[in-house]
Design a protein around this ligand. Structure first.
Ligand code: ATP
Ligand code: LTN
Length: 336
């Protein structure tokens, strides 16, 4: 008999146009993991509401994100893709988990602190509760593996803690999830400020490469990337700018750190940056092209989302019913 595949869950928020950091840290790995695991990939639209959104833009970005998943190679024949808000069990399980989460666990989260500073005019309960909704996303599906970038590691710890807490308080119910964080590229830095992570909501467009950028824009942004004055192309944790560009080059070219360092020995920064830009463009531009084609076929996108909703809802409801029963919520028996 064939072994049953382990479940895998991940998501990206439709909070902006994804960058190469989201691609490298998450989506690229989703594609390669599709054969090994039973994969569920969500569009985390409820998470996006923790920051002010323009409603029409959020709706459009939801479809764009699905088109991007497809363009990157997520295959609807192999993986379930759905929109988080279409499966209300995510919000329902969040409530149950909220009753077992302490405010101190959430207020110490790095992302909460950063986003509270950045959006000081709108520090809302959702921003603080963000990791609990993320835990519900994962635990609803009994996901064993969660591929994400390094910035999500803290949130994943909360999901693990909540799973253990629930299992101990009631009885074994949730799988305790493991993160899948890539060895290279889990923390891609801003091109303008290599001390900070590359983020799709950065106000400075030169800080990130968007998955929609054209070839010329990609090359121009890499040319402007902040480095240093040492003129030495080698990995060095004290030289974050150069190390970041080398990491990006390795991920997109498939070369190892040693191979990349050897290739650029004695090469000037200008030529190196051009090579990084061209290598990235060679992968990103065809993806952007495919994305446009998917986006033009609204019926196809809607079909995938509707089917995804049905499959995800079935799994989610099974788990939520179990949880409601364990915590003592009454459900009448169906009479024939
Ligand atoms: P925002 O700027 O709106 O907070 P973001 O760019 O940080 O967004 P998310 O939607 O929060 O992106 O993250 C999507 C996925 O991309 C997650 O798995 C996250 O860990 C990964 N990711 C985000 N930023 C990076 C980064 N700089 N390097 C590697 N992976 C990243
Ligand atoms: N918070 C994640 C997106 C996300 C997620 C998830 C990732 C929402 N729910 C569940 C993994 C598993 C982020 O990347 N900012």
């Amino acid at each position: 008999m064939e072994d049953k595949k382990l479940r895998l869950f991940s998501a990206v928020q439709p909070s902006g146009i994804p960058t190469i950091a989201n691609y490298i840290g998450a989506i690229k790995n989703w594609v390669t993991l599709q054969d090994e695991y039973e994969c569920i990939y969500s569009i985390a639209d409820l998470h996006t509401l923790t920051v002010k959104q323009v409603p029409a833009e959020l709706r459009q970005r939801t479809l764009e994100l699905l088109a991007l998943y497809l363009a990157c190679g997520v295959d609807p024949e192999k993986s379930v893709m759905f929109v988080q808000s279409h499966v209300p069990q995510h919000a329902e399980l969040t409530w149950i988990l909220n009753t077992m989460t302490y405010p101190g666990e959430l207020s110490r989260m790095t992302q909460y602190k950063d986003k509270s500073k950045k959006h000081a005019e709108n520090v809302n309960m959702g921003l603080m509760d963000y990791p609990v909704l993320m835990a519900a996303d994962i635990l609803l599906y009994n996901a064993a593996v969660v591929p994400v970038g390094k910035d999500q590691k803290q949130h994943l710890e909360i999901a693990r803690d909540l799973a253990v807490r629930f299992n101990n308080r009631y009885s074994p119910t949730f799988t305790v999830p493991e993160g899948f964080i890539p060895k290279m590229g889990a923390n891609i830095m801003s091109l303008q400020d290599p001390e900070h992570k590359m983020s799709k909501s950065d106000a400075n467009e030169n800080a990130f490469i968007s998955m929609n950028d054209d070839r010329d824009t990609i090359i121009r942004k890499f040319k402007r990337a902040v480095t240093d004055s040492e003129n030495l192309i080698a990995f060095d944790e004290n030289r974050k700018g150069i190390s970041n560009l080398l990491t990006i080059y390795c991920v997109f070219s498939g070369k190892t750190a040693g191979q990349a360092e050897a290739e650029f020995k004695g090469v000037g920064y200008g030529d190196f940056k051009l090579a990084v830009g061209e290598t990235v463009a060679n992968t990103i531009c065809p993806i952007a092209e495919r994305k446009k084609q998917y986006l033009a076929d609204r019926d196809y996108l809607d079909k995938i989302i509707i089917e995804g909703k049905e499959k995800a809802s079935y799994m989610a409801q099974k788990m939520l019913a179990k949880v409601y029963k364990k915590v003592g919520l009454y459900t009448p028996e169906r009479k024939k």
